[in-house]
Ligand binder design. Structure first.
Ligand code: PA5
Length: 475
C-alpha cells in the first residue's frame, strides 16, 4: 500500500464519544463541564508521557518502536523469508506479553482458518502460539506438528518464566532425541544481555536471536521483534503496521482532548473509574478483532491494577477488563450490560468496511421473520447490530463509546495498538501509579518457584505449606 496523505486520512482510526455525554445519556452521562474539569490532569498526563518517552529506565522505550527499528525490521524480514523456505510449522513459545500480541495479530490479519488452508493458499507455515502449560495441550500440539519441520520461536524477556522454559526444555529434548541440530530449529526473542536465553544460546553454539529492548515491557512489546517476527513469518506487512503506529503517535501529539484520541479515551475512562465504573468491556464487532480484547485486557489490567501511588501512598486502582464479541455476546452478556449494575464502560470496536460483504439470498418468502433478511448482506447485518446495540445501551443510560477502523489492515491495526498503549500510559499517569511494573505477577511466579523446589525460595516454601487448604472448609 502506498500511503498518501489522502489514504492516511481515509484510513484514520476515530473515536466517537457521543454516548458518554449527558446530552445523549441524560444524568448518567458526563457533562462538558465534568470533562473540562479534567483538562488539567489530562494535560499533566500528556506532559509526563511526552517528557519521558523513549526512556528505558522508566520502561518507556516502546514509544520509539515505530521509528528506531529499520535494521531490526530488515533482519526480521530476511529471517522470516528463511523460515518460510525451511519450515512447515512455526510455533511461538511464550506467555503474557510474549504471546498475546502474536495471537492478536495472527487473528486480526490472517485468514480466520489459516491453518486449515492448503499450503498454496497460506503465506507462511502453519502457526501456533503455546501460552499455557496444560500437559494435554502440549501433547496435542505434538500430535499435529512434525517437530523436524518446525521452527520454535522462544519469546521470553527474562528467560526465567517457568511456563515458557518448561516448553523449551520439552522441545529441545525432543529435537535432540529426533537427531536434529537443536539450534537450527530455534529463534530466541529475549533481553539483550540479562536473559537466560542468552546463556542457552551460547551453550547451543549461537541461536538466531532478536533483542527485546530494556525499555520495552512484555505488554508493550507487540511492535518489537516479539510481535514483528511472528507477523512477518505470516506474511503480514510489518512496515505498514509500524507506519500505522507512527501515524497514531502523530495524531496524539496534542494535549487538547479534542485533538488527541488516546488522551480523550484515557480521560473518559479515568472519569468513569472515579465514578465507580470498575469494569471496562471491550466489544469488537469483528471476529478478526476478537483477540485484541485479550491483548488489551493484559495491557489495561496489568498496567493499571496497582496498590501504591508513585509517591508511596496506598491505593487500590484499576478497571477490570471484560472481553466480549459482537454480535455473539449480544446473545449472552448484553442483557447484563443493559440492565445490570451501572458499573461499566463499553468500548465498541467497529469496522467501517469488512473485506467480505457476503450477500444474503432471498428465501423463506412465507416467513416474514426470515424473508426480510434476503437481499441484504452479512456486512449490513453486523453493522446494523453494532449500531443497534450501541443505541440500546445508550437508551438504557449505559456509558459507551466507539472506536472505528475504516477497514482492518496493517495500517489501521498499528494505529489501534498505539492508541491503546498511549491511552494506558496516560491513564496510569492520571492515576499516579507505576504503569510499567507488575509486582502482582512476580509474586505468583515466585510462589510457583517455591512450590517446585527452586533453590533460594525455602522461606516462601514454608509460608506456602502453612497456606495449604484447611480440611475444615472442604465440602
Ligand atoms: O507484561 C509482562 O511483563 C508479562 O506478562 C510478561 O510478558 C510475562 O510474564 C512473560 O515474561 P517473560 O517475557 O520474561 O517470559
Amino acid at each position: 500500500m502506498r500511503l498518501t496523505d489522502e489514504i492516511r486520512k481515509k484510513l484514520r482510526v476515530t473515536v466517537d464519544y457521543t454516548n458518554m455525554t449527558d446530552k445523549y445519556l441524560g444524568e448518567k452521562g458526563y457533562s462538558q463541564k465534568t470533562i473540562d474539569a479534567h483538562k488539567k490532569i489530562a494535560k499533566a498526563a500528556h506532559a509526563y508521557v511526552a517528557e519521558n518517552r523513549g526512556k528505558d529506565e522508566l520502561f518507556m522505550g516502546w514509544t520509539e518502536l515505530p521509528y528506531n527499528q529499520d535494521a531490526i525490521v530488515a533482519d526480521i524480514l530476511a529471517t522470516a523469508k528463511d523460515v518460510r523456505k525451511k519450515f512447515d510449522y512455526f510455533v511461538v513459545l511464550g506467555i503474557g506479553g510474549s504471546a498475546l500480541g502474536p495471537i492478536m495479530a495472527f487473528n486480526a490479519l490472517c485468514h480466520l482458518h489459516y491453518n486449515d488452508l492448503p499450503k498454496s493458499k497460506r503465506k507462511g507455515p502453519k502457526f501456533y502460539v503455546e501460552d499455557n502449560v496444560d500437559p494435554v495441550r502440549m501433547k496435542e500440539l505434538l500430535d499435529v506438528i512434525d517437530i523436524k519441520k518446525t521452527c520454535f520461536n522462544v519469546i521470553s524477556k527474562s528467560g526465567a518464566t517457568s511456563e515458557t522454559m518448561t516448553q523449551y526444555l520439552i522441545v529441545a529434548d525432543l529435537l535432540k532425541k529426533a537427531g536434529e541440530n537443536v539450534k537450527d530449529h530455534l529463534i530466541f526473542t529475549t533481553d539483550a544481555s540479562r536473559g537466560n536465553l542468552v546463556k542457552i544460546s551460547k551453550e547451543l553454539g549461537g541461536v538466531k536471536s532478536f533483542v527485546l529492548g530494556d525499555g520495552v515491557g512484555g505488554r508493550f512489546s507487540e511492535l518489537s521483534p516479539v510481535g514483528l517476527l511472528p507477523a512477518a513469518v505470516l506474511g503480514i506487512d510489518i512496515k505498514l503496521l509500524l507506519k500505522g503506529a507512527a501515524y497514531m503517535d502523530k495524531l496524539c501529539k496534542s494535549a487538547d482532548l479534542k485533538k488527541n484520541p488516546a488522551l480523550l479515551c484515557a480521560t473518559l475512562q479515568y472519569i468513569a473509574m472515579n465514578d465507580g465504573k470498575n469494569i471496562g468491556v471491550m466489544l469488537p464487532y469483528s471476529d478478526n478483532l476478537k483477540y485484541i480484547s485479550d491483548w488489551y485486557a493484559q495491557l489495561w489490567a496489568e498496567s493499571l491494577g496497582k496498590n501504591e501511588t508513585l509517591d508511596g501512598k496506598p491505593c487500590n486502582v484499576g478497571q477490570t477488563p471484560v472481553k466480549a464479541l459482537g454480535v455473539t455476546d449480544q446473545h449472552s452478556q448484553v442483557q447484563l450490560y443493559t440492565e445490570g449494575p451501572f458499573d461499566k464502560v463499553v468500548t465498541f470496536l467497529s469496522v467501517g468496511g469488512y473485506k467480505e460483504k457476503f450477500p444474503i439470498p432471498h428465501g423463506c418468502e412465507g416467513i416474514p421473520d426470515v424473508s426480510f433478511l434476503g437481499g441484504h448482506t452479512m456486512e449490513e447485518l453486523i453493522r446494523a447490530e453494532n449500531r443497534a446495540t450501541a443505541f440500546a445501551l445508550t437508551k438504557a443510560g449505559r456509558l459507551n463509546y466507539t472506536i472505528t477502523l475504516p477497514e482492518l489492515n496493517e495500517f489501521t491495526l498499528g494505529q489501534l495498538l498505539f492508541l491503546f498503549e498511549l491511552q494506558t500510559a496516560y491513564a496510569g499517569a492520571m492515576l499516579n501509579i507505576n504503569t510499567f511494573n507488575q509486582p502482582g505477577v512476580e509474586a505468583g511466579k515466585k510462589a510457583t518457584f517455591a512450590l517446585l523446589g527452586k533453590p533460594g525460595y525455602e522461606e516462601q516454601q514454608k509460608a506456602l505449606a502453612g497456606a495449604a487448604p484447611d480440611p475444615a472448609y472442604l465440602v
